[in-house]
Design a protein around this ligand. Structure first.
Ligand SMILES: [Zn+2]
Length: 415
């Protein structure tokens, strides 16, 4: 099973927007791009919205059937580990093995020694084609890298072997993710991580490192753009070299867990993958949910009232809702509007405040981030929320499709 050159991870908290999301992807394919949709949902999300991994498969299959789509598509068990993977086994065909928690865990001394010995040919100056400066590789550096990543890659191998037994070789896509950590992995880290994965027989098709900068949920990139560009380009070159050097799958590519809406760096990534003719997987976050709230606001009347209620309730429970996302949101409380202010807003004002149009005078990233983490509020509304999704599906669907195509895919692939 092969993922293909370009793929887009899309999330859908309440499983009502599969068709609209796929319409956005098809629009890009009609514009000349060949990109596969990957519906992803993590265990954490399933717990919050009381959904089951099988629901994602149902949604994906139904969307594909409804639109007569005949391209490839996948269902991603996002950020799973050995304890959470079981319920995803049957219905997912893409598994994101999250091994971040094992970074820095101790490995048996013999394993560290065996790894360091196996790298002897890289000691001294390591030249990676395309990267200007050679990398100085010492035994000390190798020991340090082993101390950081050997246990994590072993964990990836354990999860992969579990899945291989259950699903059979070649019947699923393997992604290895290390993005949910504080400090970014450097290109040299990545090179040796890929060696470890190859040594352990993990046929990763995508790898998700932590990049420099902040990837907050649903808002733009914050960080050193030049440094990001340099790192991203070097990672692309490292992967190209590692595939040849270690015999990893030809199609191995970077997976960017974007947290959505990294509009500043989309064109940078686009230029680099074009320059080297490489593939890319970009995971968006659950911002489709934000398009639902925008759609409700646009619809007006009771739907606008519901959108306002969601904000007011989320504001009242801000600390609780933000806690699980503390590392990936930055909300300036002083810039959040009061419920009284919001109560007086028109459809247009609410939608423009929430919708991510950089430079729009009404756009408020603090408001947007709070609603982003507020999906638990909507989930608790039960059918009071999902009935509105059904009733206003046309206007919401238009928002969802436009978001995927116009704001994401067009920017990501220069369409
Ligand atoms: Zn991630």
């Amino acid at each position: 099973m092969q993922l293909g050159k370009f793929s887009l991870g899309i999330g859908d908290r309440f499983s009502h927007q599969g068709v609209a999301q796929l319409r956005g992807v098809i629009k890009a394919n009609n514009a000349g791009l060949e990109i596969s949709p990957v519906w992803n949902k993590s265990n954490r999300e399933h717990i919050y919205v009381h959904s089951h991994p099988a629901d994602v498969r149902k949604e994906a299959d139904a969307a594909v059937a409804a639109l007569g789509y005949n391209g490839k598509y996948f269902v991603d068990a996002d950020h799973i580990n050995l304890t959470t993977v079981a319920p995803f086994v049957e219905t997912a065909d893409f598994f994101t093995l999250d091994v971040a928690a094992f970074i820095g865990k101790e490995s048996p001394e013999d394993d560290v020694k065996a790894f360091v010995d196996s790298c002897s040919k890289y000691l001294g100056e390591l030249n990676i084609p395309g990267i200007e400066h050679p990398i100085e590789v010492s035994e000390e550096l190798l020991v340090k890298i082993a101390g950081k990543f050997l246990a994590a890659t072993q964990q990836a191998s354990d999860i992969y072997n579990f899945l291989k037994d259950k699903k059979g070789v070649g019947n699923f896509i393997t992604e290895v993710s290390m993005d949910e950590v504080e400090s970014p992995q450097t290109p040299v880290d990545l090179f040796f991580i890929l060696k470890m994965l190859a040594d352990k027989g993990v046929p990763a098709q995508t790898i998700a490192p932590k990049f420099t900068g902040r990837f907050n949920k649903g808002v733009d990139y914050v960080g050193d753009v030049e440094q990001f560009a340099k790192e991203f380009e070097e990672d692309v070159l490292v992967i190209d070299y590692a595939v040849k050097e270690f015999g990893l799958p030809e199609e191995l590519k970077l997976s960017v867990h974007s947290g959505s809406d990294k509009f500043t760096i989309y064109p940078i990534m686009a230029n680099i993958i074009k320059k080297y003719d490489k593939g890319l997987h970009v995971k968006t976050a659950g911002t489709t949910w934000l398009e639902e709230v925008i759609g409700l606001a646009v619809a007006g009347g009771e739907a606008l009232e519901a959108a306002k209620t969601i904000y007011t309730n989320a504001l009242g429970r801000k600390d609780e809702l933000c806690a699980p996302y503390a590392d990936v949101i930055d909300i300036d409380t002083a810039k959040l509007p009061t419920p009284e202010e919001v109560a007086s807003w028109s459809s247009e004002k609410f939608a423009n405040t929430l919708r991510h149009i950089p430079g729009h005078p009404d756009y408020n990233p603090n408001f947007r981030q709070l609603i982003h983490v507020g999906y638990k509020v909507a989930s608790e509304m039960g059918s009071g929320y999902t009935d509105l999704l059904k009733k206003y599906s046309d206007v919401i669907g238009t928002c969802v499709e436009e978001n995927i195509y116009d704001r994401h895919l067009k920017r990501l692939f220069n369409l």
